[in-house]
Write a protein that binds this ligand. Structure first.
Ligand code: NAD
Length: 303
């Protein structure tokens, strides 16, 4: 069905896992990884696909309209947009970069996709755009975004833009909103790798606020399989929540990791929380389960 798929941000955590999963699985499709190589990227993540005949890397910035138009004009059938300047903590001080990549970059991709009649556009978003639900509630796809930080507001704006290209131009757009991922190639600053890395060195493990923030943790490959389904079978104009339904408080998860590593809980170091940092991120993945038959395979083990 598709001959060329453009994957933006493919040198980052989830993008590289997606490419590692998709490139060998679809040898008849050429995957073009378009990445600016920011500090969160690691080209070493792509060793498994480097040199494959259906994989190509282009260093570029999605905020650069001319380059985006040139790449998409080279016969791209589908776009999967992972590129993001997203880091919850840093977003408190660097909102300018987020707007250029997440909003302007997404706009450039959509414009070029519209111009060259791209068949599918998958906008990889996050469940955090919904904000925190009240107590035990969960967000469904019809909930309105209520982002708690400027970085997340930029993601939500990109989602709205993408949907508008479906509504006003008839483009086949899908939006995925997934919860927190873990797995290979994740940046050392992210929660689970940071806890493991510091604990192994007997360094203090920072826990923001009281550590009672609740997150749902999904294995990155389960997310990638969900994205594969959305790319090929997602219904146009739809938002799909993706979640493992594996909620833990940060404190609980850090404690479990310390326990598994045989380290003392005295390594936990409580640091002041950030304003806008979400209390709970909770969505139901009912739509993707019912419509497309997706379900998570991996379970976060609790010792
Ligand atoms: P990441 O930071 O690891 O990777 C982002 C990639 O985008 C990097 O390789 C970076 O170089 C590239 N990039 C940044 N700006 C660019 C630009 N202007 N042009 C081209 N490339 C650019 O991020 P990730 O954790 O892999 O997340 C990817 C996407 O998935 C994001 O949109 C994020 O919101 C979403 N998401 C992430 C999680 C998670 O737990 N990590 C969960 C749900 C959704």
């Amino acid at each position: 069905m598709f001959k060329k798929i453009l994957v933006t941000g493919g040198a980052g955590f989830i993008g590289s896992n997606f490419l590692e999963y998709m490139v060998p699985r679809y040898p008849g499709i050429v995957f073009i990884n378009f990445d600016k190589l920011t500090r969160s990227a690691d080209p070493g993540n792509l060793e498994a696909v480097e040199g494959r005949p259906n994989y190509l890397f282009i260093r570029g910035d999605i905020a650069d309209r001319d380059t985006v138009e040139w790449v998409i004009g080279e016969g791209i059938d589908a776009v999967v947009n992972f590129a993001a300047e997203y880091h919850e903590d840093r977003s408190m001080s660097f909102s300018g970069g987020f707007v250029m990549t997440d909003v302007v970059g997404c706009f450039n991709l959509l414009e070029a996709a519209q111009k060259f009649k791209v068949k599918r556009f998958l906008q990889v978003s996050t469940a955090e755009v919904y904000g925190s639900p009240i107590e035990e509630e969960y967000f469904g796809e019809s909930a309105l975004p209520d982002p708690g930080s400027r970085g997340l507001a930029a993601k939500a704006a990109a989602d709205c833009l993408a949907r508008a290209y479906h509504r006003s131009c008839g483009m086949h757009v899908c939006i995925s909103r997934c919860t927190n991922n873990y797995g290979p190639y994740q940046h050392r600053e992210k929660f689970i790798p940071a806890v493991v890395y510091r604990a192994l060195r007997d360094e203090p493990v920072p826990i923001m606020g009281d550590g009672r923030q609740v997150r749902d943790w999904i294995y990155v490959r389960d997310h990638c399989r969900a994205l594969e389904l959305l790319l090929f079978k997602g219904r146009p104009g739809r938002i799909y929540n993706i979640a493992a339904e594996e909620e833990r408080t940060n404190l609980e998860l850090a404690g479990t990791i310390l326990h598994i590593l045989g380290k003392s809980s005295s390594l936990l170091n409580f640091v002041p929380g950030l304003s806008g940092y979400q209390g709970r991120c909770a969505v139901r993945p009912d739509r993707i389960k019912k419509e497309l038959g997706w379900k998570q395979v991996h379970v976060l083990e609790v010792a």
